[in-house]
Design a protein around this ligand. Structure first.
Ligand SMILES: [Fe+2]
Length: 196
């Protein structure tokens, strides 16, 4: 957790829910004086109250801690515009269709910004029948390897998890693919448009 809830956030959210300090206090089984103290920076709600507090304010705990409410403005949800979030601690990969606040292992993750492949991370594509055969010439050691390959179309994602000592290769259906991605655990995300 890199932030804790602030009084200003509690007040803003409480007021936008049209709750009085007393009404919020009742829902949390605390005194209205306690709520007043949080809002004026003279105290913090106990961590055990974060979940009921978020619930009472109609948001998630993560939103409460970040002080921002997230609403997906991309309801049309073009998959090709979605993002990868990669956890540097456990290697988890999260793919979102629209904007999101993503947290893993206690860290709020930024979306991975893909780069053009450099000579050490060239993504090669061969077409065989209805498939892209994708390879990356890259070490696959325990410390430095390509940890996944993905093909993103406007309606879905094909994803292949890779492991050290394996081959940096995958096969994807040629199905409206807009971008091919390779993620190196040391150097980040690389993107190639098929056919280029
Ligand atoms: Fe690398």
């Amino acid at each position: 957790m890199d932030k804790y809830v602030t009084g200003a956030v509690i007040r803003r959210l409480r007021e936008s829910k049209k709750l009085t300090q007393e009404e919020l206090a009742q829902q949390l089984f605390v005194s209205s004086k306690a709520v007043s103290k949080w809002e004026t920076g003279q105290g913090f709600p106990d961590i055990s109250l974060l979940e009921p507090l978020a619930k009472a304010l109609g948001i998630s705990v993560i939103e409460l801690l970040s002080g921002e409410e997230f609403r997906n403005r991309n309801r049309a949800s073009d998959m090709a515009r979605s993002k990868f979030y990669i956890c540097p601690v456990c290697g988890n990969v999260i793919r979102t269709v629209g904007e999101a606040l993503v947290s893993c292992c206690g860290i709020t993750l930024p979306p991975a910004e893909p780069e053009e492949p450099d000579p050490d991370h060239l993504i090669r594509v061969e077409i065989s029948e209805d498939e892209y055969y994708v390879t990356v010439e890259h070490p696959m050691t325990k410390d430095h390897y390509i940890s996944f390959l993905a093909a993103v179309s406007d309606h879905g994602v094909q994803f292949t998890k890779l492991y050290p000592e394996g081959n940096a290769e995958a096969r994807f259906r040629i199905d409206r693919v807009k971008g091919l991605y390779a993620y190196c655990n040391r150097h980040g995300l690389f993107e190639k448009k098929p056919g280029i």
